[in-house]
Design a protein around this ligand. Structure first.
Ligand code: IDP
Ligand code: MG
Length: 139
């Protein structure tokens, strides 16, 4: 099977809890190769742009505040079946529903502060990767 990419962020709650190292170790042990990685911080406006698809949802304003509340680590990851396998590794959006051993089960605090983002399709992985990285930064 051909390798493809997914896009992910270690979210502000996991960064504040000093869980970035443990999370990156889990990602690498699950067979994902890091193609690009950046420590950065979103403004409220940039967070709003990234999550524009959720503009009409009741939690949109709080989500933008939370996602701009501290640093994040953005990454492009490569693996066979990257998008689906990564969604399996992070677990359900709500950590109370996430399977045992998943990143969200282990590290998430709430349905909002849920430790990790994972792209939901090959198309969005590319759009989201381009949101954070220029072509020169991807190798
Ligand atoms: P996903 O991150 O598992 O793909 P989405 O439905 O795309 O979940 O939602 C994007 C993000 O918005 C979630 O990861 C979470 O941080 C936040 N979120 C989703 N649903 C809720 C909610 O009901 N209340 C508060 N925040 C939410
Ligand atoms: Mg989503």
């Amino acid at each position: 099977m051909a390798k493809n990419i997914t896009f992910t962020m270690i979210k502000p709650d996991a960064m504040a809890d000093q869980n970035a190292g443990a999370i990156i170790k889990m990602i690498q042990e699950a067979g994902f190769k890091i193609k690009a990685m950046k420590l950065t911080k979103l403004s409220n406006e940039r967070a709003g742009e990234f999550y524009a698809v959720h503009r009409e949802r009741p939690f949109y304003g709080e989500l933008c505040e939370y996602m701009s509340s501290g640093p994040i680590i953005a990454m492009i990851l490569e693996k066979e079946n990257a998008v689906t396998d990564f969604r399996t590794l992070i677990g359900a959006t709500n950590p109370q529903e996430a399977a045992e051993g998943t990143i969200r089960k282990l590290f998430a605090k709430s349905i909002e502060a849920n430790a990790m983002h994972g792209a939901d399709s090959d198309e969005n992985a590319i759009v989201e990767g381009n949101f954070f990285f220029s072509s020169l930064e991807k190798f």
